[in-house]
Structure formats: C-alpha cells, structure tokens
Design a protein around this ligand. Structure first.
Ligand code: MG
Length: 374
C-alpha cells in the first residue's frame, strides 16, 4: 500500500477487532480481512447466486461472484487514486453482497415478507451477520472477526431501531455520520459495475436492444466516440469498446468531483469525513446520465417479462421453503435446527434459505415438494 491520505482509514486510527489477535506477520490488518473474506464459504457461494440472470440461464452472464470482483476492481482503482486504504476498500467490496439470498432481489423481497413478523430480512444486514456470526472457520470466535471499519463499511443501510440493537458498528446511523471514504467509494463502484455490466448482459441476452440503448446520452456519446476512433467496429467488439469507455468516463468524473469536494471542504481527518456531507459523488451532469441509464435498465431489463417470469418463480420457491420449514422444524438440517434453539426458528430458517445458491434452492424445493424425489 502506498502512502495514505490523512482522511483514509489506517491501522493507526482503526478501532480494531472485537477479539484481539496477534498482528499478521506478512500483511496488513485490512489485507488479512480481505483474505478472510475470499476464503469464506459465503464468498464461494456467490458463484451460484443470481445477479440478474439465474446462473443456469447462460455461462457468460454475471453472477454475484463476478459482480463482486468487478466492484472490487473499480473500487480499488478509485481508492488508489484518492490515496485511500485500498485493502479495506477491496475487503468491503468483496463482502458487500455476501448476504444476498438465492435469486437476487426477488429472493430477498420474498424472504423479507416471510420474516415480516420476526424482525424482517435485509441482505445488507445479513452480510454483516455472516462475517460477524455465521461463518464457522476459527477456533476462537464465530464469524471472521474483521476490523471495525470493514464491518462498518459492509453495513450500508440500517434503521435506527436496528442500529440500537447492533451497537457500535451501527452508531453512525444514530449520529447521522457518513461512512468512511473507502465505504463511500464501494457504494459508487457497485453502481458503476452493475449499470455497465447489466448493459452488456442485457444485450447478450437479447432482452435489450442496441437501438433502445442509443436513446441514452451516456451510451450514445461513447458509442460515437468508439466509432470515431475505430470506424469499422461492429458487434460485440463495438459494445465492449463502448462499455469500457462508459466505465472510464464514470470513474474519471467521480474522481474529479470527489477530489474537488474534499479540497473545497478542507477534509483532513476521519472525523471530518464522518461529519461532512457525502464526499464521493458524480458531477451533476454525470449524475443525470447515470440516472437515465438506471431508469432505462429498470424499465427495459429488470421488468422485462422474461425476467419477471423468473423472479415470480423465485419468490414462490423461497416462500414455499420458508413455510414448509416453519410448519415443521424437523425438516431443517440438524445444524440449523440447533441454531433455532438460540436464535428462534424463523431466524434460523432465514439463515438457511439466505445461504442457499440458486440451484440448491431449486433442488431443495424439489426434495420437499416433488413426489418421488428425496
Ligand atoms: Mg452489489
């Protein structure tokens, strides 16, 4: 790690780990966090969890795993340019989607409805729960025992009631403080990654068309620029040349706007970051182009009838599984039934379902509901 800015999170201004551990011999504390996340079971499961397309719909679509790797790449680039802690940034980015249920947002919404009377379900809170409690890898503690700033960075949203329950890691939600710049960067890197890769995946799937995309300022501008430099480009190569320019333009814009805000407000310390308005941001012009792109993806891709058919099926699977387990807890595998004794049955069931990959959930549904399958 090169030299950090005074407003970056470092080991010197960190609040450390819940369970004290000897310092790592060959790497920094935040690099250790990133490595623990990569070695976790929840991280490997991301390979078989839906981003937009269910894993078996095609081999080349993004999954939660490749999405998380793309987010980490974009976030790390931005963090280095701003002289932030790139190991922490990467750790937050790689962990940001660990709590996702099978079948993406449709799965989380269904599980949240099932859990309405039992404290609800939210994938972001689940990501923290995984790294704090559910991973079983170390003799001395549950979870991964990550640094405070990694945990606080993973926790992106939180209601005041939940914040009181979670304590220190969520205190910024009660104090109306902003998260670290490293966490703010991850949040934008997430958006940059999915807006651009969903354009690519949407085109690949045939659910959105080039003609429709050309109505978008950002896409049209960079497609024209690509064709100016390479007049004979067509097909996939033209799409990739356009999308890579869109990512570059968004990252460049974000860096300029963020650096200007940091300079204008005289930000020098972590406390300054916490008390300032959001510092990581697009310029107003890029914000508008980004909003247009997001709106397009919402109406044309995420609500495309073929996607809605999949999400409807996904909701049914999650709801069926939840009510089957709740009606008879003895259907739950032993380890989760044991957890139900201290966490309560609904939460243990939610943990089990949230941890499932898409295909495991489909298989489990078949095992529970299809006559002739066990
Ligand atoms: Mg994400």
């Amino acid at each position: 790690m090169s030299e950090l800015a005074s407003y970056a999170v470092g080991e010197h201004n960190s609040r450390g780990r819940q369970h004290p551990e000897p310092r790592p011999k060959t790497r920094g504390e935040f690099a250790r966090d990133r490595d623990r996340i990569i070695h976790s079971t929840a991280f490997r499961r991301l390979e078989y969890k839906t981003q937009v397309f269910v894993n078996h719909e095609g081999d080349l679509f993004r999954t939660r795993l490749t999405h998380s790797i793309e987010v980490a790449q974009i976030a790390r680039t931005i963090a280095r340019a701003l002289k932030l802690n790139d190991d922490l940034t990467e750790a937050i980015a790689l962990a940001h989607d660990l709590g996702h249920t099978p079948f993406g947002h449709a799965g989380q919404d269904a599980l949240n409805e099932c859990m309405a009377d039992y404290g609800g379900f939210e994938h972001n809170l689940q990501s923290l729960r995984i790294v704090d409690k559910l991973e079983e890898r170390y003799g001395a503690f549950d979870g991964l025992n990550l640094m405070f700033e990694t945990r606080a960075g993973i926790l992106k949203h939180c209601s005041p009631a939940k914040a009181r329950e979670l304590g220190e890691v969520a205190e910024r939600f009660l104090k109306d403080h902003r998260p670290s710049l490293e966490a703010q960067v991850c949040n934008f890197a997430d958006q940059i990654a999915y807006n651009n890769h969903d354009v690519d995946d949407g085109l690949r799937s045939g659910l959105i068309t080039l003609d429709a995309l050309e109505s978008l300022t950002l896409f049209a501008e960079h497609r024209t620029a690509a064709l100016q430099e390479f007049p004979h480009l067509t097909g996939r190569r033209l799409i990739h040349e356009t999308v890579r320019r869109m990512i570059d333009a968004q990252v460049t814009d974000l860096l300029a706007e963020t650096q200007a805000r940091i300079a204008r407000l005289g930000i020098a310390t972590l406390e300054d970051v916490a008390e300032a308005p959001p510092l990581v941001a697009f310029s107003p012009a890029m914000h508008e182009m980004n909003r247009e792109l997001k709106h397009f993806l919402h109406t044309s891709l995420y609500r495309h009838y073929q996607v809605v058919r999949m999400t409807t099926k996904a909701r049914r699977i999650v709801k069926d599984l939840f009510s089957a387990f709740l009606s008879n807890i003895r259907l739950l595998p032993d380890q989760y039934r044991i957890r139900a004794e201290c966490e309560g049955e609904p939460r243990a069931i939610a943990d089990y379902i949230a941890g499932m990959t898409d295909r495991y959930a489909i298989k489990e549904h078949r095992r529970l509901f299809a006559v002739g399958e066990f």
